[in-house]
Design a protein around this ligand. Structure first.
Ligand SMILES: Cc1cc2nc3c(=O)[nH]c(=O)nc-3n(C[C@H](O)[C@H](O)[C@H](O)COP(=O)(O)OP(=O)(O)OC[C@H]3O[C@@H](n4cnc5c(N)ncnc54)[C@H](O)[C@@H]3O)c2cc1C
Length: 307
């Protein structure tokens, strides 16, 4: 029986583990990936908004976080597959057959990129489907590309690609781009960029690599194809809540509903970071909510809370 089991070792889970350890709680941190860090592993741009620390990318910030938890004594298991989780009894069954139990469970499972679910999306992963413009733009320099999405991330990536690609086609299903004004103006002023609004990507086509995309305009009868050498998809994120979705209160987008103390609708179950923060997901928010939850749990268990 552990005092606390934390699920997910992104910024929120790492911060919570650090604080739980500080507060004398017997803590186990479970991460499904082989590496800790969560979304930080996919941040290729500089991070300049985490107070007091600037990093060239997510990996560099993760190094700071890892150093921060080096001396802590919580247990960390990576590459862990959770078979099932019963929030009421706070029992966890691992795919390895192991059974775990805790007085309190902290859900820190974060979010993942939303997929389009179109043919070709999975097949061409790593073969023309780009992870990030910052990371991959040299791979597609000189080729025409297509970006899907209408928010800040899609617009930012489209502008970065327009620096090195002859044409960038931005496809957005809504009537207007949702990106902030400066980005939209940047797209409008860039002669390499064509924007298709009220349009959807229906297929990614190619042999060994991406060669074309198929687009359907809302007012069009038939989809049309354009030749591209790369596709970048930025259509938002969704919370990782499938494992416990039917056991606690979620909002309409399946994010976990929490109190100001990070408590969920189930006693002794807390949720922290992006999975419980649909409106303002940030690294600072994630680490802060981890600290809050740890202190509340320690107080409930009558442990010291002055750390
Ligand atoms: C490209 C990009 C740029 C960004 N730039 C910034 C920025 O400049 N500033 C900023 O403040 N924020 C930025 N963010 C957002 C920031 O990275 C997130 O707010 C932060 O990582 C959230 O931390 P988290 O711990 O809540 O979730 P995550 O980082 O999503 O971590 C969740 C962890 O839980 C694990 N997990 C999920 N399900 C399970 C399971 N069933 N069992 C075990 N483990 C599980 C995942 O593998 C993952 O490791 C950026 C994000 C991206 C993608």
């Amino acid at each position: 029986m552990h005092d606390v089991i934390i699920i997910g070792a992104g910024p929120a889970g790492l911060s919570a583990a650090f604080w739980c350890d500080e507060l004398g709680l017997d803590t186990l941190l479970l991460e499904q990936a082989e590496q800790i860090g969560g979304q930080l592993l996919r941040v290729y741009n500089p991070i300049e908004n985490y107070l007091g620390l600037k990093a060239h990318n997510g990996q560099e910030l993760l190094q700071h976080f890892s150093q921060g938890v080096e001396s802590a004594e919580f247990d960390l298991w990576t590459g862990v597959g959770i078979e099932s989780l019963d929030l009421k009894s706070r029992r966890i069954s691992l795919r390895s057959g192991e059974q775990l139990q805790a007085i309190s469970i902290l859900l820190a499972t974060g979010v993942r990129r939303r997929e389009l679910g179109v043919p070709g999306e999975k097949e061409f992963a790593g073969r023309g489907i780009l992870e990030s413009a910052t990371r991959d733009r040299n791979l597609v320099a000189g080729r025409d590309v297509c970006v899907i999405g209408g928010g800040d991330a899609a617009a930012e990536n489209a502008l970065l690609l327009a620096d090195v690609c002859p044409t960038v086609t931005l496809v957005h299903r809504g009537k207007r781009l949702r990106a902030r004004r400066a980005l939209v103006e940047g797209l409008q002023a860039n002669h390499c960029v064509t924007v298709f609004t009220e349009s959807v990507l229906t297929r990614i086509i190619g042999n060994t690599e991406v060669e074309a995309v198929e687009i359907l305009r809302k007012d069009g009868l038939k989809p049309f194809q354009i030749a591209v050498g790369g596709v970048l998809i930025r259509v938002g994120v969704e919370p990782n809540t499938e494992l416990f979705r039917d056991q606690l209160q979620l909002d309409e987008k399946n994010y976990i509903s929490v109190s100001s103390q990070q408590e969920t609708s189930v006693p002794f179950i807390f949720a922290i970071g992006d999975v419980a923060n649909p409106l303002a997901p940030t690294i600072s928010g994630a680490t802060g909510s981890g600290a809050t939850a740890a202190k509340v749990i320690a107080a409930r268990l009558n442990r010291k809370t002055s750390g």
